[in-house]
Design a protein around this ligand. Structure first.
Ligand SMILES: Cc1cc2nc3c(=O)[nH]c(=O)nc-3n(C[C@H](O)[C@H](O)[C@H](O)COP(=O)(O)OP(=O)(O)OC[C@H]3O[C@@H](n4cnc5c(N)ncnc54)[C@H](O)[C@@H]3O)c2cc1C
Length: 421
């Protein structure tokens, strides 16, 4: 064996980097392998939900995110394309100080986390390091082989963590079956320089149309636009001007801002998928984040859930260290604790895909009815918000709530905000 560590983490993304910090702070020998050559770059909007804020705060990292790159946002208005406001979600209903969403500049959270990890533990992260295969002994997985700077390196480890995203090579090497679902719709995201005064998020839903517009710090505007998978080439042929005027036809108030879209390099195209790995653990190995449970971005929780995984797994690893037991049954505690919330969010996101992305007039009518009910029903609004904010594990609506949300039955408790989730 060329190297030996307690834990090898494959992937320094949303989950892997947080787990790296957690473990190195506990002085657990940790190596993070990242195939990219450095910190992530490029266009990529991000909304940091309250549960993600809490995790970064507990790690003392939230205060290190440059304040000029953070925009706290209280109101999210949902509107029908064409103008009518359907519903306003108010984050101020949530417990302080996390009673807001934070709209972040591209990659700023990830860069802050990686900067801290590299400063605290200079040898922990290896860039240009690609996982190639697993090493096994009679007990199970006992390390990895990776290509680091073009050379094969064998690294022995008590635990291998697959934090390598939805198309996880670690998951494949573990032969863990996974259901991979590719959604029909992808997203074009853009970060533009705002002209108009803009402080509240706007989310437009229409006939097979979704346009989210989020205010960023320093007058930046983060745009999130649904496009059918495969439609990018024809959109590019029409040009940026045509796209900007399509956005302006949906939300004329930001016409000047949309006009700053001049080059496709201001945008990024992102496909969307869902991953359901049958199991997340085997003897000596575990999957976290999108490798285990990627979800549609409507949940606004994919990265947050990777971070929650990291926090929870680091607690389970404490026990593994104490007992020197790295078996699947010792690691299963992690999966058992995490499954419920992740499954609930995947289902919630899929329901949102079904109703929000639709072109069907009956479904659109129902969607708009539910939005309108939630607008006036603080109890239901709170329940949905706590799910999106990552503060609950159980589904936001019971079947009775669904009937009430569709406006088919009155809700005598509509103004009661629950005291617990
Ligand atoms: C359009 C869109 C918008 C989104 N918006 C949000 C949002 O606002 N909030 C939110 O919470 N989530 C959002 N998400 C989801 C979020 O991006 C993911 O859920 C999150 O990044 C998952 O984190 P992860 O650590 O599991 O994987 P990743 O962040 O994908 O990290 C995986 C890492 O592993 C590395 N890697 C892969 N293979 C190897 C290998 N063989 N060897 C070494 N390294 C490897 C990759 O380079 C990468 O750095 C969005 C997703 C999309 C598509």
């Amino acid at each position: 064996m060329d190297l030996r560590q307690d834990v090898v983490i494959v992937g320094a993304g949303g989950g892997g980097a947080i787990l790296g910090i957690q473990l190195t702070r506990k002085r657990i020998g940790t190596m993070v392998l990242e195939q990219a050559l450095g910190h992530p770059q490029g266009v990529r909007g991000e909304i940091l939900q309250p549960n993600g804020q809490q995790i970064l705060d507990r790690l003392g990292l939230l205060e290190h995110v440059p304040v000029h790159a953070i925009k706290p946002v209280r109101y999210f208005h949902f509107r029908r394309v064409g103008g009518k406001r359907l519903c306003t979600v108010d984050y101020d209903m949530l417990p302080k100080p996390y009673n807001r969403a934070l709209v972040m500049w591209p990659n700023i959270v990830q860069q802050t986390v990686l900067n801290s990890l590299e400063a605290e533990s200079p040898d922990a992260v290896h860039y240009g390091a690609t996982f190639t295969r697993l090493l096994r002994d009679e007990k199970g997985v006992c390390g990895v082989e990776a290509e680091i700077d073009g050379k094969p390196v064998r690294i022995g480890a008590k635990l291998v963590v697959g934090a390598d995203g939805p198309f996880s090579s670690v998951r494949q090497a573990l032969h863990i079956p996974a259901e991979l679902h590719q959604y029909q719709e992808s997203y074009l995201v853009a970060m533009l320089d705002g002209h108009e005064e803009f402080t509240e998020s706007q989310y437009f839903v229409g006939k097979r149309t979704i346009l989210g517009i989020f205010p960023g710090a320093g007058r930046k505007v983060y745009v999130f636009y649904m496009i059918p998978s495969g439609a990018l080439a024809s959109m590019k042929q029409e040009g940026t001007k045509a796209l900007a005027s399509r956005w302006a036809s949906i939300y004329p108030d930001l016409r000047q801002t949309f006009d700053t879209l001049r080059d496709w390099s201001q945008t990024a195209y992102m496909g969307t998928g869902r991953v359901r790995a049958k199991s997340w653990v085997t003897d000596g190995a575990v999957l976290i984040g999108d490798a285990a449970h990627g979800m549609n971005p409507h949940a606004s929780q994919g990265r947050m859930q990777a971070m929650v995984d990291a926090e929870m797994l680091s607690e389970v690893i404490d026990t593994c260290v104490e007992t020197d037991d790295w078996s699947a049954s010792a690691l299963k505690v992690f999966e058992t604790r995490r499954r419920q919330q992740v499954t609930m969010l995947q289902q919630l996101a899929d329901e949102e895909v079904f109703f929000w992305n639709t072109g069907n007039p009956v479904l659109s009518y129902l969607r708009d009815r539910v939005f309108t009910t939630i607008d006036g029903n603080l109890r239901l609004q709170y329940q949905v918000l706590t799910a999106t904010a990552g503060l609950r594990e159980s589904p936001p609506f019971t079947w009775v709530d669904r009937v009430k949300a569709a406006g088919l039955w009155p809700d005598s408790k509509s103004q009661h905000i629950p005291t617990h989730v």
